[in-house]
Design a protein around this ligand. Sequence first.
Ligand SMILES: [Fe+2]
Length: 236
Amino acid sequence: MSQLGSVVSSPAALVDDLPTCPPAIHSYALAEYDFVSAVSAIFGDAELDRLGNERRYERFSRESDQSTDFHGLFYRSFDAIRPLDHRFVAAVAAGVLGEPFCFQRVPTFRIHLPSNVAVGEFHTDGDYSHPVGELNFWVPLTRAWETNTIWVETSLGKGDCAPIPRMAPGQYLTFDAVRWRHGNVPNETGSTRMSFDFRCIPMSRYSEGDGRSVNTRQRFVIGDYFETFPSHEGTA
Ligand SMILES: [Fe+2]
């Protein structure tokens, strides 16, 4: 049964659903966690949905979809928004997970340029050795709809990916990306989609394996790909 766009009112329900957590859209206080302004500042206070509209890249593949100048600038600048990211994870992600967890040290940046894709292929994160137990948080920084948003299969294992219902800054999506197939299609909206995503693992589901990130080659363990908050920040 498709649950796209359903709003989760009970955080505990998400944890109970793991590891087959379906896509669910949530809201957060954009004024309190103003990622749009913070990321726009990185790009010279640009309108994020206009970025890259005048440029044309070759269609990205799995190997090249993290390779643009936009990606480089975001990652080089991430220290400037790390405090905001930590506040968001410590409050918002913690509220969803409802138990101690570890989280992705540096979120993954996405830019979905017109007539191009943001990720090179449909996949499950399990295809890339991500461990079962992760919950993916997908956070759009622009409007995201139809061909410029993420597509996810309508039920686990069905493979029939469809666009997530329209989203905007102030919302985020959670789902079990390790098991649910997802990807994107060429962006025909004329509007750039920018987003970031990160993964959390409730500590009750955490174990150290041998898997490594396909892009950064980091191990999926605390101290490399993942980190935890010091206990004084209230989530450990
Ligand atoms: Fe993925």
